[in-house]
Design a protein around this ligand. Structure first.
Ligand SMILES: Nc1nc2c(ncn2[C@@H]2O[C@H](COP(=O)(O)OP(=O)(O)OP(=O)(O)O)[C@@H](O)[C@H]2O)c(=O)[nH]1
Ligand SMILES: [Mg+2]
Length: 363
């Protein structure tokens, strides 16, 4: 094998030089970071990559296709990581065995900060292991374990009616995230799959046609659906539904910056009633917007998260960031516009698959 060491200011530059000099067949053998020299005030830290290319012609049937595939995958992963911040390249230099799992996390939309933290923590907890392939496997397993530990799920809508009073659940969240549609899906699931008696209430007096939208779904399923626009209305509506197992309340979507509107909903549902709150967020939003929304809606003290529209993005890693930042379990996921089909009551493993893009809509 013809081996050569390359130095460059970043991994992207090193990869470009390797490709130029050794061609696209080149394999990465190792990487390391060279700190800047304390004696040179103008010096910069550099990345050192050792690469090699096979010089001997091998008969075709000698080629190990699996090795070749994994080398190509590794180079693709490195190129993907090179597109992120220099912090990621530095992780790679310290823990080169993380290349595959780090690229998967970043590709699936997990933030750089969280991905780096997971790799560091996993690497720290592992005992030294000389076998590179085994090290890769152990690290990947440890990162998966850490992710699973961070994920919290709660099958919130799986309740019996032994208490004799219905459980009342309100869905809150920004505009257009899918609250009404999710309620329709959940109502159908609870009615037909879990054989529960379900009633619907809309307190959305803001958007024209909002009540009619919910009532149309209720009509198809043969469920009771009533509007309630004041505390007194709500009290009457809940009284009417006291023989139900579950009452689902649809609220008006508002911008999380509109504190006044959020307070109006809060005043209504957090009055004298015992109502659980489910914060509905669309994963098509930027992570920063999801975090800001979760902060603004934290006045409701949400019991669970509902993440919608996972079918519209391949970057569901945001869910992992969101649950790591706010300690709220996930109760439901929605993956399409079809009512009632596109609803998932996730378990931990299933949710992790969705996050890593290997779920119902992953690759
Ligand atoms: N692709 C996709 N679309 C969805 C999903 N859930 C809801 N939608 C669509 O999102 C749009 C808004 O849904 P709504 O249920 O009206 O949203 P909302 O949160 O009640 O909206 P407001 O009441 O106006 O705040 C509709 O076109 C739905 O079909 C989903 O999981 N995937
Ligand atoms: Mg709505």
């Amino acid at each position: 094998m013809n081996k050569k060491v390359f130095r460059a200011a970043n991994i992207q530059e090193a990869l470009a030089t390797i490709k130029d000099e050794l061609g696209s067949e080149a394999m990465i053998l190792s990487t390391k970071k060279i700190p800047k020299s304390p004696r040179d005030p103008y010096g910069k830290e550099m990345f050192e990559v050792e690469a090699g290319v096979n010089t001997q012609e091998q008969p075709e049937n000698d080629l190990d296709l699996d090795d070749l595939k994994s080398d190509i995958a590794e180079i693709k992963d490195m190129i993907a990581i090179a597109g992120f911040g220099s912090g990621m390249q530095s992780i790679l230099c310290r823990h080169f065995e993380s290349v595959g799992i780090l690229a998967s996390l970043l590709r699936s939309g997990v933030s750089e900060r969280l991905a780096a933290g997971l790799i560091e923590r996993a690497a720290e907890s592992l005992a030294p292991e000389p076998d590179q392939a085994k090290r890769v496997r152990l690290l990947k397993k440890e990162v998966m374990q850490l992710c699973l530990r961070q994920l919290k799920i709660k099958d919130f809508f799986n309740r019996d009616n032994s208490s004799g009073v219905p459980h009342v659940a309100a869905f809150v969240g920004p505009t257009g995230v899918g609250k009404t549609t999710t309620i329709a899906k959940l109502a159908a699931f609870l009615t037909f799959n879990r054989k529960m008696k379900v009633g619907l209430i809309s307190i959305d007096n803001y958007r024209i046609g909002a009540f009619e939208q919910l009532k149309a779904y209720a009509g198809i399923m043969g469920l009771v659906c009533v509007p309630a626009f004041s505390g007194q209305d709500l009290s009457c509506a809940l009284d009417r539904m006291k023989s139900m197992d579950m009452v689902l309340i649809d609220t008006a979507g508002h911008s999380h910056y509109d504190k006044e509107k959020l307070d109006e909903i809060l005043d209504l549902i957090k009055n004298d009633f015992k109502i659980s709150v489910h914060l509905t967020l669309s994963v098509t939003s930027e992570l920063i917007n999801m975090k800001e929304a979760a902060s603004a809606f934290s006045v409701f003290n949400p019991d669970t998260y509902v993440f919608t529209k996972i079918d519209e993005t391949k970057r569901c890693g945001k869910i992992l960031d969101q649950v790591s930042e706010f300690d709220i379990p996930v109760s439901l996921i929605t993956n399409g516009q079809k009512v009632p089909e596109d609803l998932i009551v996730p378990d931990k493993q299933g949710l992790l698959k969705i996050i890593l893009g290997k779920g119902p809509n992953g690759d």
